[in-house]
Design a protein around this ligand. Structure first.
Ligand code: EPZ
Length: 418
């Protein structure tokens, strides 16, 4: 764990490769519960949340092993425990992704309610309502979801709010249900599309992934498959902002530029040069960024997971920006820490008004959640003096060797234990 020590002011230059997407690897690993055959997943990032879901799946009886760099083999021959205990779920909300597959495979599940987290209450009511409409009996007992369904039945489900893991949970549940399931107002995130690609490779019948209406024709059984996890668009966006905030010149390889378009469009508006080629993009910034207004939204809108990072850039912009967080209730905890570094940011409800300052000052700061950690690292790379980022266990949940990647680009950043 430890903390990061950063001496800012150096432009990042060079070439860096993006890892596989955390938010695609997690549902892909949960999908192993849908089949007794082996799944081979490639490009799996080595980070905290992946280790956590591996522990959870192991608790259920899933065998997993590393069979190559970033390649994991998982087999769920028989599900020994249809349960996700609180001590694992509380550390990672995405553990709720085992609920749909467990119900589809075993007809029952006992999954701890995730509880809230730093960025909001994070309810799962839409997951549960969808499973009930598919015939599941759902009770909440002592903080656990107790679910039973001898066989789920296809249904037409309309999400009242776009939910990424809700879409993924119900899509997985529907693959083994009887009949047809239609998911309306589905999430269109690339991670949903990647999961659908995997499920189809396993024999599922899915149409419309990536659009707001997904149709799943239930089948009797699914097979194993080999699948390569899609690149992490949030890491790609974070590295692009790192290039811009340090007035650097960075080639980001192994990414899908189309998945980061909302971010790169805002970087161009702020004055960055972004050259896109197949599988990579080059981000250059020669001057102080111009202010840009941003409002987060589900894909293809500006990702909420990039809001904290772009705010660090706007903190040094040449003017006033308004950043609106429409997805989560409480995703501004990076702001007090940026203010400690000299940023001028005021919050009114879901809106943050950022009055850019010419430069930030290094300071000891505390990370409160995954993307807030990234925001403070980016601010530290720009700030004069030394920045100490504490609480980086949050960062380690969602980024693979971020400080090593930034060091390789010339960033003066190192981890100190203790
Ligand atoms: C996924 O979380 C991501 N996590 C999050 O990334 C991401 O921020 C979020 O989608 C939005 O893009 C994974 O994919 C593992 P939601 P998820 O359900 O699915 C409300 C990161 O930094 N809602 O799309 O949990 C909810 O409160 C993480 O990598 C309900 O009301 O988010 C929120 O306001 C953080 N009821 C909105 O919907 C429900 O049943 C969107 O949440 C479900 C969600």
């Amino acid at each position: 764990m430890g903390r990061l020590v950063i001496h800012g002011g150096r432009p990042l230059r060079g070439i860096v490769t993006v890892s596989g997407a955390k938010n695609a690897a997690l549902p892909a690993m949960a999908a192993v519960l849908l089949t007794p055959q082996e799944l081979i997943l490639e490009n799996v990032p080595s980070l905290g949340d992946v280790a956590t879901i591996r522990r959870l799946l192991g608790f259920m009886g899933v065998e997993s092993s590393d069979v190559g760099p970033g390649t994991v083999s998982l087999t769920s021959r028989a599900v020994e425990r249809c349960e996700a205990p609180y001590d694992l779920v509380r550390t990672m909300r995405a553990a709720v992704l085992v609920l749909g597959p467990l119900l589809a495979r075993c007809g029952e599940a006992r999954v701890s309610l995730p509880g809230g987290c730093a960025i909001g209450p994070r309810p799962i009511n839409l997951h549960l309502a969808g499973l009930q409409q598919m015939g599941a009996e759902i009770d909440l007992v002592d903080g656990y979801v107790m679910a039973k369904a001898p066989r789920l039945s296809g249904a037409r489900l309309a999400f009242e709010t776009v939910t990424v893991t809700g879409t993924e949970n119900l899509m997985m549940a529907a693959t083994l249900a009887t009949g047809t399931t239609i998911l309306e107002n589905s999430a269109c995130e690339p991670e949903v599309v990647d999961l659908a690609r995997l499920l189809k490779a396993m024999g599922a019948r899915i149409e419309g992934a990536g659009t707001s209406t997904i149709t799943i024709e239930g089948v009797e059984a699914l097979t194993g498959a080999r699948h390569r996890i899609v690149p992490d668009r949030v890491e790609a966006g974070t590295l692009a902002v790192a290039a811009a905030i340090t007035r650097g010149d960075v080639v980001i390889q192994g990414c899908v530029p189309h998945h980061v378009e909302a971010v790169t469009a805002k970087l161009r508006e702020a004055g960055a040069s972004v050259a896109v080629e197949a599988g990579q993009m080059r981000v250059r910034m020669a001057a102080r960024p111009r202010p840009v207004d941003i409002s987060t939204a589900p894909f293809p809108g500006f990702a909420t997971d990039m809001q904290a990072q772009i705010m660090a850039l706007m903190a040094i912009a040449d003017g006033r920006s308004v950043i609106t967080e429409t997805v989560f209730e409480n995703r501004f905890m990076h702001i007090p820490e940026l203010v400690r570094m000299g940023a001028d940011i005021t919050v009114a409800g879901r809106e943050a008004v950022v009055q850019g300052v010419p430069f930030l000052r290094g300071a000891p700061v505390m990370a409160t959640d995954l993307r807030a950690s990234a925001s403070l690292v980016l601010a530290g790379l720009q700030a004069g003096g030394e920045t100490l980022v504490d609480g980086i266990s949050h960062l380690d949940r969602g980024y693979e060797r971020l400080e090593a990647k930034l060091q390789s680009l010339g960033g003066e950043i190192r981890r100190v234990e203790g």
